[in-house]
Design a protein around this ligand. Structure first.
Ligand SMILES: Nc1ncnc2c1ncn2[C@@H]1O[C@H](COP(=O)(O)OP(=O)(O)OP(=O)(O)O)[C@@H](O)[C@H]1O
Length: 258
C-alpha cells in the first residue's frame, strides 16, 4: 500500500464549459494532514474543480501538480496510487457485490492479468471494516440504498491506499450516525497523514471537521483559511442568502444556528 504523503497544487486553473467560465484562476493546495472543506452554492463549480484536480477534466489554463510534477506527466496507475476519488454515489451498470466494488480500488496494484493477492485482500477487508459495511459485503451494489452506495465508494477509496482523498459530498445520503462517524474517521485519517479535500453544503460540518475552509464563488476561491475565520454569519448570509448566527459552544467548537 502506498504510504507516500504529498502535496496536490492547482495554479491559475481556468475551465470553460459551453462557452461559460466555470473556474477562473483557481489557486489551491492540499497537503498531508489537511482536511480542506470546499463550499459553494449549487452550480458554483465544486465538482468541476475536483475533476480538474484529479486530472479527469483538462483545464483551458493553469496547471495541477503532485509534489511539483504536472499530473499529465504521471501515469494513471501512478496517480491512482497517490490520489483517490469518492464521487457522489451513482448506480453502477453491473451488479458487482460490495466486496467486488471495494476490490476495484486495488486495480492500480495489479498487473494486466493479476488477481488480488493477500495484501489486496487485507486492504479490502480493512476498508470494509473501517466503514462498518461488513454486513453488506455480498450484496449487489445495484440494490443498495444511496447511503450504502456512498459508504461502499468511500471504502473503495480507502482500499486504494492513496493518501490524498478527494471526496464529493461524502456525507450526503448518510444517516445522522454514519455522518458523525465518517467525520470522526476523516479526522483520524488526517491525523494519520492523509490529506482530505471534501465538498460540503453544510457549514456546520466544515466547522466540526476541517482544518481549512475554501469558498468557491463566481469561479474563484474567495477565501481559504481556518474555519472560524471563514464561516462568519456575514459570509454565510452573503453566500447562501440566509440569516444565521454562529455560536461558540463548549470545547471551543462553533455551530451554526438558524
Ligand atoms: N456536462 C455538463 N455540460 C455543461 N455544463 C455542465 C455540465 N456539468 C456541469 N455543468 C455546469 O457547470 C457548472 C458547475 O457545475 P458543478 O457540477 O461543478 O457545480 P457544483 O458546485 O458541484 O454544484 P452542486 O453543488 O449543485 O453539486 C454549472 O453551471 C453546471 O450547470
Amino acid at each position: 500500500m502506498s504510504m507516500e504523503p504529498g502535496v496536490l497544487r492547482a495554479c491559475g486553473l481556468r475551465f470553460e464549459r459551453a462557452g461559460r467560465t466555470v473556474l477562473d484562476g483557481i489557486d489551491l493546495s492540499l497537503a498531508s494532514g489537511d482536511i480542506l472543506a470546499l463550499l459553494g452554492v449549487n452550480g458554483a463549480g465544486k465538482t468541476t474543480l475536483l475533476r480538474c484536480l484529479l486530472g479527469l477534466l483538462r483545464p483551458c489554463a493553469g496547471q495541477v501538480s503532485l509534489d511539483g510534477a504536472p499530473l499529465a506527466s504521471l501515469s494513471r496507475q501512478r496517480l491512482a496510487c497517490r490520489l483517490a476519488y469518492v464521487p457522489q454515489a451513482h448506480v453502477a451498470p453491473f451488479p458487482f457485490s460490495v466486496r467486488e466494488v471495494v476490490t476495484l480500488g486495488r486495480l492500480p496494484y495489479q498487473g494486466p492479468f493479476g488477481a488480488a493477492g493477500a495484501t489486496d485482500l487485507d486492504a479490502v477487508e480493512s476498508a470494509i471494516d473501517q466503514l462498518g459495511i461488513g454486513a453488506l459485503a455480498e450484496r449487489p451494489y445495484t440494490e443498495l440504498s444511496g447511503g450504502e452506495r456512498q459508504l461502499t465508494l468511500i471504502a473503495r477509496a480507502l482500499a486504494q491506499g492513496a493518501r490524498l482523498l478527494i471526496m464529493d459530498e461524502p456525507v450526503s445520503g448518510l444517516d445522522f450516525g454514519h455522518q458523525i462517524r465518517l467525520l470522526r474517521h476523516l479526522e483520524r485519517l488526517a491525523a494519520d497523514g492523509y490529506g482530505i479535500l471534501k465538498t460540503t453544503h453544510h457549514p456546520d460540518h466544515a466547522l466540526a471537521c476541517a482544518s481549512r475552509v475554501a469558498v468557491l464563488h463566481q469561479g474563484r476561491i474567495e477565501v481559504d483559511d481556518v474555519p472560524d475565520k471563514v464561516l462568519t454569519p456575514e459570509r454565510i448570509r452573503r453566500l447562501y442568502r440566509v440569516d444565521v448566527e454562529v455560536l461558540r459552544v463548549s470545547g471551543g467548537r462553533s455551530v451554526v444556528i438558524y
